[in-house]
Design a protein around this ligand. Structure first.
Ligand code: ADP
Length: 267
């Protein structure tokens, strides 16, 4: 008889190029049952790192993109009416605890405050998940791991993680990869030659330097990959840069003009 496939089981290891000691730290955290907090701008590799490590460690991955309506019950589960019967349905966090998986809460600061109530007993030495509504208390197995991320750039005081929450996690700060790493990543992900990726990465560095001057966020590695993908598929360079590296950054005509000026002097 064929074994049942594990829900969310990784098929193959997604490509991830380490930029510092993050893979090593992740593995130590997993081995010692410690929770991990990833801080950094959007599109710099946090989600890819988690997917890569989950596959490397052979654990199923449950990813939740947090938003301001997300409640503890969305993570733990709820009773639902099915065919006239009320049945309990596990949420992604509960499934990760039951199966010994990795639960990744992306942009955790966006979630409602009651989410921290379920995270606290899971992230100290109790490692328990009390399911108030069903009356069960689950003890997390050794291979359960909680990973959360947030972007300090977007953070408002109201949404900051409280010290009592953040001090339950090991933490890593992410930034955009160093030049050679980013060129290698963009080339690998887009298929564009390294020599053609290098000027785009150089341009991204110049555009990132404008952060703060009317720009909230610099161009992400993700956008750089989109740009290189367009160029690789035959789009003229200027059009690709405009669509992938200028327009997504701002709606203001004068800000876009400033960015285009940087493009003109760089490319
Ligand atoms: P976020 O930080 O918002 O979670 P992602 O992990 O989704 O960002 O990264 C965006 C894209 O950038 C990924 O899909 C991947 O293609 C690429 N990427 C960024 N950093 C790396 C890296 N170190 N190795 C491989 N790919 C990377």
């Amino acid at each position: 008889m064929k074994p049942h496939p594990i829900e969310n089981a990784p098929q193959e290891i997604p490509y991830y190029r380490p930029v510092a000691n993050e893979c090593d730290l992740f593995e130590h955290a997993f081995n010692h049952r410690l929770a991990l907090l990833l801080k950094g701008p959007t599109g710099c590799g946090k989600t890819r790192l988690v997917a890569h490590m989950a596959a490397r460690l052979g654990r199923p991955l449950y990813t939740v993109s947090c938003h301001d309506d997300l409640t503890a019950a969305d993570l733990t589960g709820r009773y639902l009416l099915r065919g006239g019967e009320t049945v309990w349905c596990d949420g992604p966090l509960t499934r990760a605890v039951r199966t010994g998986g990795i639960c990744y809460l992306d942009e955790v600061v966006e979630a409602r405050k009651d989410v921290t109530v379920v995270l606290h007993p899971l992230t100290d030495d109790r490692r328990i998940l009390p399911l108030e509504r069903s009356g069960e208390t689950l003890v997390a197995p050794d291979d359960f791991m909680l990973v959360v991320s947030y972007n300090p750039g977007y953070q408002q005081m109201m949404k900051a993680l409280k010290p009592s929450t953040r001090q339950r996690f090991l933490a890593i700060t992410f930034d955009f990869p160093a030049f050679d790493d980013e060129v290698a990543i963009v080339a690998r992900e887009s298929g564009l030659a390294v020599e053609q990726c290098a000027p785009l990465v150089r341009l991204a560095a110049r555009l990132r330097a404008m952060k703060g001057q009317d720009l909230d966020e610099g161009v992400s590695t993700r956008l750089l990959i989109y740009c290189a993908t367009l160029v690789h598929s035959g789009m003229p360079l200027e059009n690709a840069v405009l669509a992938a590296m200028i327009e997504p950054l701002s709606d203001e005509a004068d800000v876009k003009e400033g960015l285009l000026e940087v493009v003109r002097v760089t490319l």
